[in-house]
Design a protein around this ligand. Structure first.
Ligand code: ARG
Length: 292
């Protein structure tokens, strides 16, 4: 079996033999280990962010940011390992699991001194935009690593983002964008194939918000997680082929001009039977506001 080796040893999935766990993208950096331990059960469509996507830019989507540490993830792609979303001039939301020990390799983000939020850099091989140091991080203490519920963290930046562009979060009253059939865009610099092909440039894919019952059936509870409708959103496309993937975590799912989800988890990427699961922003926006 041929397993493609990513150019930069980042964000491979760590899979125990037989495990389909796909939550944590980032892992150890030893080049010798920097290949997926197993190919995906069903290879995803190979053209996509995000799988099945198209290029976009941080000029048109300035609130899409990257979390990065060259020290841990290598310098080729500016050290990117997760996505994030600017919701206030100095506030970025992302996934709690992006700050876990398994991702960062350290128990406390402060022990990764070159951790930065990168804004305004469509192409991570370049130097456009700004790299902003973090001044504080609130990781949801109720994040449940078994189900993946509550996968949200709030970053306070040491200085305001250059253009101050932010996107509003969906709140408890925003039920319409969560209706099954709503089209939503997901953004990220993650794996475009499900096999460790990390693009330099930002991509987006359009997916449909799916009925909670779809993800409840797909994810009744196994090693990857358990779908909980109160705190998660289910999104994908019939037949698969378009989805977020490893490295997209913490990035935005947007509908009707609002942030409705954060890339959180899924089994494989873009597989027809396994939609993407996102943190339900309307369920945590109050909590986020308390930490801005
Ligand atoms: N957990 C992954 C990350 O850390 C994101 C996985 C999303 N998977 C999916 N099939 N939508 O980047």
């Amino acid at each position: 079996m041929h397993v493609p080796i990513p150019a930069i040893p980042v964000l491979f999935r760590r899979r125990a033999a037989g495990s389909r766990r796909a939550l944590i993208a980032a892992a150890a950096l030893l080049p010798a280990l920097a290949v997926p331990l197993a190919a995906p059960a069903a290879p995803a469509a190979a053209n996509g962010v995000v799988v099945g996507g198209a290029p976009t830019t941080t000029d048109s989507e300035p609130w899409v940011v990257a979390l990065a540490s060259r020290q841990r993830f290598g310098s080729g792609r500016s050290g990117q390992f997760c996505g994030g979303v600017a919701v206030g001039p100095r506030t970025v939301v992302t996934a709690a699991h992006c700050f876990g020990q398994e991702a960062l390799g350290v128990a406390d983000w402060r022990n990764l001194p070159d951790l930065r939020v990168i804004s305004g850099r469509t192409d991570l091989s370049g130097t456009a935009g700004e790299e902003v140091p973090l001044s504080d991080v609130w990781v949801n203490p109720d994040f449940d690593a078994t189900t993946n519920a509550g996968d949200v963290a709030v970053i306070t930046l040491s200085q305001a983002l250059p253009d101050g562009a932010v996107i509003p979060m969906a709140g408890p009253a925003d039920t319409a964008p969560y209706t099954a059939g709503t089209e939503a865009q997901v953004y990220g610099w993650g794996d475009t194939t499900g096999q460790g092909a990390y693009p330099d440039s930002l991509r987006t894919a359009t997916v449909d918000v799916l009925a909670d019952t779809v993800c409840e059936k797909a994810y009744p509870g196994d090693a990857d997680g358990r779908y909980l409708r109160a705190s998660m959103v289910c999104a994908g496309v019939t037949g698969g082929g378009k989805d977020a993937c490893q490295g997209d975590s913490g990035g935005p799912l947007v509908a009707d001009g609002k942030l409705i989800g954060l890339v959180s988890w899924g089994t494989g990427c873009a597989e027809a039977a396994y939609p993407g699961v996102y943190t339900r922003v309307s369920a945590v926006s109050g909590l986020v506001a308390q930490h801005m």
